[in-house]
Design a protein around this ligand. Structure first.
Ligand code: HEM
Ligand code: MG
Length: 232
């Protein structure tokens, strides 16, 4: 049937974004993860996750900036460090410490072990996880970059996994759905997940974003300025 999960195999491009990887695994994006245009991203985000284009357009444009091509990118291209890709990810090792593109259970364990005693993640746990991941990178990565740019992207990503796997209005997301999303890059349909009837859009995103910021107790590293890496 259409949009059934099909794991990536040799030759398929996958990258540091579990959301786009999952969309490719379900055929909302080309299964080979290549030749992805901005309109394709916006359509896949709506069809696969009911995310409004306004939450995706800047990232989608950055995807093209990370690519050597004029109007498209591959899912590996967007691993370009310093473009969207950043340190202190939720499920990937920092670029200067190892493989920053593939899922790491060791890194993901911080999120997986968060919010103990309940079966959901929320904006408070998401903020606490961001804080813990930042402290880990600060302690282990001499080249750790942590400016307002990385922080805003990280917070947007946290708000996105809560909204697409949970309730976009409350930011409460069942752990069993979020864990399948990250670990298998699969829509957890078999586990009972269904695409949200409420669209994930700026008005639902803003309160989640603010609550995560509050819980993360973020501070910038001194003497670092935001910059963007362009494709070669
Ligand atoms: C990372 C979700 C769309 C590019 C992430 C992460 C999540 C996420 C949860 C954090 C992964 C981690 O920290 O380990 C989503 C969802 C999307 C979406 C649900 C909805 C369609 C996009 C778009 C782009 C993009 C449109 C741009 C082309 C990236 C990149 C990363 C990332 C480059 C890696 C950042 C890093 O952790 O270093 N995404 N994303 N994503 N996303 Fe997406
Ligand atoms: Mg990263």
């Amino acid at each position: 049937q259409e949009h059934q999960f099909q794991a990536a195999t040799e030759g398929d491009a996958r990258g540091p974004c579990p959301g786009l990887n999952a969309l490719a695994n379900h055929g909302f994006l080309p299964h080979n993860g290549k030749n992805i245009t901005i309109p394709m991203v916006l359509k896949a985000g709506r069809e696969g996750f009911n995310v409004h284009r306004d939450l995706l357009i800047v990232a989608a444009k950055q995807g093209v900036v990370a690519s050597a091509l004029d109007d498209q990118f591959a899912l590996t291209d967007i691993g370009l460090h310093g473009n969207i890709e950043h340190d202190a990810s939720l499920s990937r090792v920092d670029r200067d410490l190892g493989d920053h593109l593939s899922f790491s259970e060791e890194i993901y364990s911080t999120l997986a072990n968060s919010n103990p005693d309940v079966d959901y993640y929320d904006t408070t746990s998401a903020g606490q996880v961001q804080k813990a991941r930042q402290e880990h990178s600060q302690a282990n990565n001499p080249k750790f970059r942590n400016t307002i740019k990385e922080f805003q992207i990280r917070t947007r990503e946290s708000a996105l996994y809560l909204a697409v796997m949970g309730d976009p209005k409350t930011g409460v997301a069942p752990k069993k759905f979020v864990n399948v999303f990250f670990r298998e890059e699969r829509l957890p349909l078999a586990e009972g997940w269904r695409i949200s009837k409420t669209q994930v859009e700026p008005s639902t995103d803003a309160p989640l974003f603010a609550a995560i910021i509050k819980a993360s107790e973020w501070q910038a590293n001194p003497e670092q300025c935001p910059w963007v890496t362009l494709a070669a």
